[in-house]
Design a protein around this ligand. Structure first.
Ligand SMILES: NC(=O)c1ccc[n+]([C@@H]2O[C@H](COP(=O)([O-])OP(=O)(O)OC[C@H]3O[C@@H](n4cnc5c(N)ncnc54)[C@H](OP(=O)(O)O)[C@@H]3O)[C@@H](O)[C@H]2O)c1
Length: 249
């Protein structure tokens, strides 16, 4: 039997199993959303470094301003070639990624089934599904190689209770959930220690929404800070219990 090759610096970093949940590199896709900003705060406070990605330079710069340890990068995540260039830049500057937190979304509804427009379908498919496919395919090898690799999406409880008025939205979110389950299967088949997880909410709320409508209670809404804590906590939980799971918040 030949002697094992010495570990590279990157492998050594990833082999710190005693402290595998510290100092991770986490990419937030859709980092200028309220959820993305809360996530960047939670991850950096936990000692991780964050790469927040959005399509608009001004918005992503504003999102990471005042969050030490978070870097904003611009990329159209709906374009596979741009995502490939983003991965080159991330690998050059930060090394491999341990976490992909997918937050690109948006909502479109219509008047019943006949009112589900193709324009809305194209928007939802592009934002919700294409960006997820592009980012998870590109960063899959990173996540699969990490001792704490995590992919998470924020889906909707509407997937299991779709209405005629949000048929486009629920169908695209269902497709995103199926994609995540397929990634989870990939991790299992590849013998990886990574996990792919679906978090489902009814709706999100943040301080700005409460300030704009102080009379509203937002029943059943999930605060983005609670969501951020939940996503950050995924990195400390065993992959075996998480991989392929759907957690309703
Ligand atoms: N809000 C809710 O009530 C709710 C309910 C259920 C599920 N969710 C899910 O929770 C997640 C966060 O929701 P949210 O409402 O906070 O999202 P959001 O406000 O719609 O934010 C979407 C984020 O994605 C970025 N983005 C959009 N298109 C992009 C592209 N092509 N390339 C790169 N970045 C792009 C946006 O920034 P730029 O436009 O600057 O690029 C923004 O940072 C989403 O997955 C959403 O579906 C939300």
């Amino acid at each position: 039997m030949s002697a094992a090759a010495p570990m590279t610096t990157e492998e050594a970093r990833r082999d710190q199993s005693a402290d595998a949940t510290k100092g991770l590199t986490i990419l937030i896709a859709g980092g200028s959303s309220a959820a993305g900003i809360a996530g960047a705060r939670a991850f950096t406070q936990a000692g991780h470094r964050v790469i927040s990605v959005g399509s608009d330079g001004g918005r992503i710069a504003a999102a990471v301003a005042g969050i030490p340890g978070a870097t904003g990068l611009v990329c159209d995540l709906a374009d596979p070639d741009s995502v490939s260039l983003l991965a080159d830049q991330v690998h050059d500057q930060f090394g491999l990624v341990d976490g992909l937190v997918h937050l690109v979304g948006g909502w479109r509804g219509g008047d019943g089934i006949a009112g589900q427009s193709d324009v809305d379908w194209d928007f939802l498919q592009r934002n919700v599904l294409t960006t997820l496919r592009n980012t998870s395919r590109t960063f899959y090898p990173d996540l699969a190689a990490s001792v704490t690799g995590r992919l998470s999406i924020v889906s909707s409880t509407a997937v299991s209770r779709p209405t005629a008025g949000n048929a486009n939205y629920a169908a695209v979110k269902a497709a995103a959930e199926a994609w995540v389950l397929a990634v989870a299967d990939g991790f299992a088949v590849d013998g990886s220690r990574a996990a792919a997880v679906i978090l489902a909410v009814k709706a999100l709320v943040y301080d700005g929404m409460r300030a704009a409508a102080p009379q509203r209670n937002f029943p059943g809404f999930t605060d983005v800070k609670r969501l951020a804590e939940e996503v950050a906590g995924l990195f400390a939980r065993p992959a075996a219990e998480l991989n392929g799971s759907r957690i309703i918040l």
